[in-house]
Design a protein around this ligand. Sequence first.
Ligand code: BGC
Length: 748
Amino acid sequence: MMVTKAIGSKAFGAVVALIFCVLCVMGNAWAQSDHREAFPWMKTTLTPDERANLVLKELTLDEKIILIHGEGSPFGGTNPNAYLSNGGDGFSLGIPRLGIPPLQMIGSAYGVRFSAANGRYSTALPSNLASTASWDPEAACEYGALIGREERAQGYNMSLAGGVDLARELRNGRNFEYHGEDPILAGTIVGHRVRCEQAQHIIGELKHYAVNDQESGRNLVDSIISKRAMRETDLLAFEIGNSIGHPGAVMCSYNAVNGDYACENRYLLTEVLKKEWNFQGFVLSDWGGTHSVAKASGAGLDMEQPDDTYYGAAMKKAVLDGKVPVAKLDDHVRRILRTEFASGIIDFPIRKGVVNAEDGLLIARRQAEQSTVLLKNADGLLPLDRAKVRSIAIIGWHADEGMISGGGSAQVDPPGSFAPPVFQKEKDIHDAVWFPTSPLKAVAAIAPGAQVRFASGEDPAAAAALAKESQMAIVFAYQWTHEAYDVPNLSLPDKQDELIEQVAASNPNTIVVLESGTAVTMPWASRVSGILEAWYAGSKGADAVADIIFGEVNPSAKLPITFPVSEADLPHPQLVGPSLEAKAPGAIMRTGVARPTFSVHYDEGLKIGYKWFDAENKQVLFPFGFGLSYTTYSYSGLEAMPDSQTGGGVTTVSFQVMNTGSRAGVEIAQIYASLPASAGEPPKRLVGWSRVPLEAGESKKVKVTIDAKYLSIFDEATNSWKLLPGVYTFRVGSSSRDLALTTTIAVQ
Ligand code: BGC
């Protein structure tokens, strides 16, 4: 009895303790949530600025410092807070007592990075350059929204993406992460990507600001460029991206611009970005791109990443010593907090989840179909008729297994892969990754009646022999590019030109599918029957290419970069890299303050991409804006109505496009303007475009409005954009070198 009683009372005690404990935890949770909701800055009726100011008032100096730097690089180092990271490229702590979350940042150029290391799944979309070839702001929005969903599901609230340096240097190893050579096209596409990514309650970003147009010596180089050229080219892309996307963050780049490192360049960060463009977000440095405390802070750098070399204890001391005004520190902190409220990452805290992978793959496939450019189709060989094709040779390194993807911090890990040792050494990320989207299997699946055989091309003679025995040969050729490296030239690597020559010599029905990060030269172009540029085509690239080859999809994409005949035709036939001396350890600090150690003079100025080839009267291999379809289009009835008649600061251009072929398609109709001679501009610039879906035989009237800025020049004397009086010529057509219609307007 006694025993039972004793046990009973013990049990009773335990139950009471348990109930007490549960109540305790619940009470705590309630207290916390009550507490959280009770914070005045949690009122969603207040503006992000009001909310940020309220938090700012509560912060101690140490807490402010916590918010303006990162917590260490994933590539090494001993960070005591590492356990709080979500496994991304970097993170910054929050202020839990005030309900301010940490920033979990992840590289996401074409998909969410580091999935293998973190045991997660990410969809790889076609590269950013590829997505630009669709010329489709709606697709860019879908692109950003997909990445935003996957970022949040994986526990991130900030994206490191939105690269929009222009393809001024075609050998740039990161061109695949960017949006081509035209500022208006690039800025529009990146702006819509960021807009829709942020709509998922993610802090979005534009990078690498600015003129980070080559990777060779990227931390050492000084990009020398005139103010006018910079404003009308590289910076215009950022300006448009900012005005459409309202990014929460802008990442300043590794290089210097006109003498000052981008992350301590007052002109770039404060004068232009924050003042002229009214950028409300915060500027963070590229990884290791901060070089000072007071200079960087004064110039407008708000956050150091990935660590706290300058913006930790050194910043605190600088504030206490009066070298950095408290008001300046407060401005950095306010911008970060404001962005956190404006983006919704505080009101919609991260909840990890499982994404709909099938949905992602459908989107990836559709985007790849819209991004693949048909460059050549001799005698209408394509699309292939699956009822008639009896045998196909699939040739190319890895073409049995996969398609190549872009490397570096943009790298998305393919399903089925294991984590590379990225956390140990950054250099380990520089191995080519082939996504398991198999051209061989995709072609065999779409043409079940054909005999489909494979040769890797390692033995060109064997590949040529297989091509000879087959009715058709499809060569999948690659060019691998990645961060921190520029390609030495635009030739296909690994003797692929020779392989293609041999295959084409043994079978004239040869089609080349290019998987490239930037433009390539094609000495064999006249000897093959078909050429498709598939870029880095993402998770479903092979299906998309097969859909186009067999006519399930009518190609519509157009080139966002010029393909030159040879490097000799480029503004800089030779890449300018650092000398041994310029590369010496510590070279940038030899004067005590960070200084670039070599320069690239962008003296082609305004003449970037097609503007260069036009101005210099040079032939190209494939022009900017070019891309074929399985149908044909005609243009007529161009009219332009100037600003003075339309009002509202825009010129309206209208014309008729007709599908003159026998199948439905989408034509990307382009509008170029030539400014009055007094402007001193290259012969023409893209000022607008329209994607026009047309049934066979259908005709549509297209109306495009053109912002006055797109017709203006940047006047250095007055530091402003000017629409000059004079005659403006508008030309409309299907590519930068095929402009059937012309009209003029006079601007008073
Ligand atoms: C790259 C950035 C990237 C960062 C974090 C840097 O090396 O230049 O684009 O966001 O690393 O991975």
